[in-house]
Design a protein around this ligand. Structure first.
Ligand code: ARG
Length: 461
């Protein structure tokens, strides 16, 4: 007697090599509590179907509660011979309730519908946790933006100086993707909240059990409409892994900026001592390890997603044992984000910005050349010509090693008669920034509105 759930038709127990390969308790044990909740719900469905009387149901529930308590405090753990969490818990139930009662629970269900349900329950709970952590990060970014309402940053495209923007504008641009991630988690949760329980191995139950009862007990919506789909589909897991990967990517893009901003050459931010690390050899070092770990882990999160997609590709319906490979990647994605996000939020919340340095660098690199061109357009010059004239002014200044506001009136006129002295009104950073009043633009009035909108979105989740 190997204690396996399927000994009957086998003359011998599984070989040790197979046991080692097959075993999943080292990672599926995190589902133990969900498995027991599922079992309690299933017992209720069995009772409603007339397969357990009132005493048996009470005894089953008491035994499952006792088992849950023993799992929680470590008195019950998986044994080497247990194939998976389901097998182990059936063993545990029988130890407590005895084989006569404990042996009744498995009627009308399969590990296939069980596992498909449990992974949803686990991910739904962790979606809520991760959503809360994302919200904390979005709020930390918003607070930093709100604390720097007028600070200027050299805005970049291609990593080159492009146009000056408000620091608050740039920071908020990192918060909006997180709001979309929160929307994704919310949308995903609505889709995930369906129950495969009752689908059995693939074909459904012949015992007349009501899968709606189990679904309701588990806090899920309607059972899935197709028992084959319910037991075989894992798009719900892959979609979660995608959201986790996208969160990783969003953190990684902000990380990259923080890493650059924290260099001596940029010198835009200083990291709090509690959220940076030193070097074992170079005493002066203060490293942005949290940002680097976020950037590194984003690769791992993408790997978890792509590994899972590769597992699913080409799998015939219905359940195949390959599907056991869904759990480690997605559980890892959950664990990584739950460790990473709090540290990342702490780093962001405690960043200090050198706003003087950012403002001093903002006009460099001829970042106001577009303003010159647009000023010319307002004087009636066609944009095509205005672009040329502004470009010639850039070349004039570059050859002389000066910035755009530095040529004399006569020099401006020598570049183009259209370049009247009044052009100087747009050759200040504040003038440039505050002229960009279009919707979503970097003018202080627009950014203030945007931050109010962001606060409202954060409050919504
Ligand atoms: N450990 C399995 C998994 O994670 C549970 C389902 C096993 N079903 C089976 N027929 N072997 O997918």
């Amino acid at each position: 007697e190997s204690g396996a759930l399927w000994g009957g038709r086998f003359a011998s127990g599984p070989s040790p090599e197979l046991q080692l390969l097959s075993k999943s308790t080292q990672f599926d044990w995190v589902l133990a509590h969900y498995d027991i909740r599922g079992s309690k719900a299933h017992a209720a469905a069995l009772a409603a179907g007339g397969y357990l009387d009132d005493d048996e149901l009470a005894g089953m529930h008491a035994a499952l509660d006792e088992l849950d308590a023993r799992v929680a405090d470590g008195r019950f753990v998986a044994a080497d011979e247990d194939e998976d969490v389901h097998s182990a818990l059936e063993r545990g139930l029988i130890e407590i309730a005895g084989p006569a009662l404990g042996g009744k629970l498995r009627a009308g269900r399969s590990r296939n519908d069980q596992i498909a349900t449990l992974v949803r329950l686990y991910l739904l709970d962790h979606a809520a946790v991760i959503g809360g952590l994302l919200l904390d990060l979005a709020e930390a970014i918003r607070a930093q933006a709100a604390a720097h309402p007028t600070a200027i940053l050299p805005g970049r495209t291609h990593l080159q100086h492009a146009q000056p923007v408000l620091l608050a504008h740039q920071l908020a641009a990192h918060a909006w993707p997180l709001i979309r991630d929160l929307e994704r988690l919310r949308d995903w949760s609505a889709r995930a909240r369906r129950s495969p329980y009752g689908g059995g191995a693939l074909a459904g139950s012949s015992l007349g059990l009501d899968p709606r009862l189990v679904a309701a007990e588990l806090g899920l919506g309607d059972p899935l409409d197709n028992s084959i789909d319910g037991t075989a589909a894992r798009d719900v897991v892959a979609e979660f892994a995608y959201i986790a990967a996208q969160v990783g990517i969003d953190l990684s893009r902000l990380s990259e900026e923080i890493i650059l901003w924290n260099t001596k050459e940029f010198g835009f931010v200083r990291l709090h001592d509690g959220y940076s690390t030193g070097s074992s050899i170079m005493p002066q070092k203060k490293n942005p390890d949290i940002a680097e770990l976020a950037r590194g882990k984003s690769g791992r999160l993408i790997g978890n997603l792509t590994g899972l997609l590769a597992t699913l590709k080409g799998l015939p319906l219905a359940y195949n044992r390959d599907l056991q490979e869904d759990k480690e990647p997605v559980f890892d994605s959950v664990q990584q984000l739950e460790v990473l996000l709090p540290a990342f939020t702490g780093m962001v919340a405690t960043l200090s910005f050198d706003t003087d340095r950012m403002a001093a660098l903002a006009p460099q690199g001829f970042s106001l050349a577009t303003d010159v061109a647009e000023w010319l357009v307002k004087q009636g010059v066609a944009f095509r010509d205005a672009h040329e004239i502004s470009g010639e002014l850039v070349r004039f200044c570059e050859e002389r090693g000066i910035e755009l506001h530095e040529p004399s009136d006569a020099e401006l006129a020598s570049v183009s008669p259209h370049l009247a002295p009044a052009v100087r009104e747009v050759l200040t950073i504040e003038g440039s920034v505050n002229s960009r009043t279009g919707a979503g633009g970097t003018a202080a009035v627009r950014v203030a509105e945007q931050l109010a909108l962001l606060a409202a979105r954060i409050a919504e989740f």
